[in-house]
Design a protein. Structure first.
Length: 411
């Protein structure tokens, strides 16, 4: 089946990445981290480690349990912040972490964080609270959060939070001399500058970290034994010379040490790319994405008619990607192949928008939508899995765009 006419539909709508909707934005010139994967406990530990690194070894950290509004404290003169017109902090300060398990986007997340800040400072300012009674009240405060705050001047989240803190300090007559908010982008910068902290947390380890570690291990053995060949496919615009060489290098490093397939995606992704890995048991197996999007709202579905009314949500999610890519991994005797397919976004959108009452059927896992086109047969299935609150897709292999294959001959 020809898919060339769909090229015009694959345009950037907004910035997304696998598992990181707009809440964790991606830019081409930086490393990105999914802080939500840490969970509240590890996020607290991460902020404590950053505090020790940035403010100095005089920082005292607190373990699990009631912390009195403090993940860490510091006393005396620090070298933070620098440069700063008022000079570095000198006094008693506290660090408090605010972790949001399910960020929804900058607007909703900013409102949530503003409420957390108001609650936090209100407690410090309440003379009847244990914090105020046990004292002392802090001279300085760092509020760390995993949510993204917009940098738009005046109306953005960063300026709104700063304005709110000033008003709350005055309202509660707090003795705060200074404060800083370590939001997502600030923490991301700290992690870029301090890889030894980043690499302590498996959830934050980047493909570059993995590649560097593999290279060190392989160079210790003095030779790269695996042979990798790239064969371009008919697809255009994705696999440039740099991309094909980078992936070949990663495969050569990995398979010089291991005979099992690479355990994560070989594609770092550009802005707007959704990339998933599929282990193909046979050549004609459909292209499968087990989790295209999370969908907690599926819990309320009881009939096939319920499914038809959500095409707007699904189309909005799909439209948010520039490309949807599947890296297919197949194993044979002494050879492993990695083939990169693209699922045409326009094909999915056109099919889903044409859904009607007969499209979806009840199944054991929830509902399945059968999307066909004229006499062309089944194009793709949309799986609405209620128990695990996710939506997956299974596309006919001939509908995918083949961008090329890396063949690894194992040593």
């Amino acid at each position: 089946m020809s898919t060339g006419s769909l090229d015009e539909r694959r345009e950037v709508v907004t910035v997304h990445r696998q598992g990181q909707r707009a809440r964790q934005p991606v830019q081409n010139d930086r490393v990105d981290y999914d802080l939500t994967r840490l969970g509240p406990r590890d996020f607290e530990h991460l902020t404590q480690a950053l505090a020790v690194k940035i403010l100095g070894t005089g920082v005292s950290v607190f373990g699990d349990g009631r912390d009195g509004g403090r993940e860490a404290t510091f006393r005396g003169q620090t070298s933070f912040p620098a440069p700063d017109p008022d000079g570095p902090w000198d006094g008693y300060g506290v660090l408090q972490a605010k972790f949001r398990t399910r960020p929804l986007g900058t607007s909703a997340d900013t409102k949530w964080f503003l409420k957390e800040v108001a609650r936090e400072l209100g407690t410090w300012g309440d003379p009847n609270s244990s914090r105020a009674k046990d004292g002392p009240l802090p001279d300085y405060m760092i509020l760390a959060t995993n949510v993204v705050l917009s940098s738009v001047a005046g109306s953005g989240g960063i300026d709104r939070v700063d304005k709110a803190i000033k008003e709350l300090v005055a309202k509660h007559r707090l003795p705060l001399k200074g404060w800083k908010v370590w939001h997502f982008d600030q923490i991301r910068t700290f992690l870029d500058l301090n890889p030894e902290i980043r690499q302590t947390y498996d959830a934050l380890i980047t493909p570059a970290d993995v590649l560097a570690d593999l290279r060190r291990r392989v160079e210790a053995r003095e030779t790269l034994k695996a042979n990798v060949r790239f064969s371009p496919g008919p697809g255009r615009g994705v696999v440039t010379g740099n991309v094909s060489r980078d992936i070949a290098d990663r495969l050569r490093l990995h398979h010089s040490l291991h005979s099992v397939p690479f355990g994560r995606s070989l594609i770092d992704g550009d802005s707007g790319w959704f990339v998933t890995v599929q282990r193909a048991r046979y050549d004609s197996m459909p292209l499968v994405i087990s989790k295209l999007m999370e969908a907690r709202w599926l819990r309320g579905f009881t009939t096939a008619d319920d499914c038809v009314g959500v095409e707007g949500r699904i189309v909005s999610e799909i439209s948010g990607f520039q490309r949807i890519l599947v890296l297919r991994v197949a194993e044979a005797s002494a050879v492993i192949t990695y083939r990169l397919y693209e699922i045409p976004i326009g094909l999915l959108i056109d099919g889903i928008q044409a859904a009607n009452g007969g499209t979806f059927k009840k199944t054991g896992f929830g509902f399945c939508g059968d999307f066909s086109q004229g006499n062309s047969g089944r194009l793709f299935d949309l799986r609405l899995e209620i128990s695990v609150e996710k939506i997956g897709v299974k596309l006919a292999l001939e509908c995918g765009i083949d961008h090329g294959t890396w063949t690894v001959e194992l040593p």
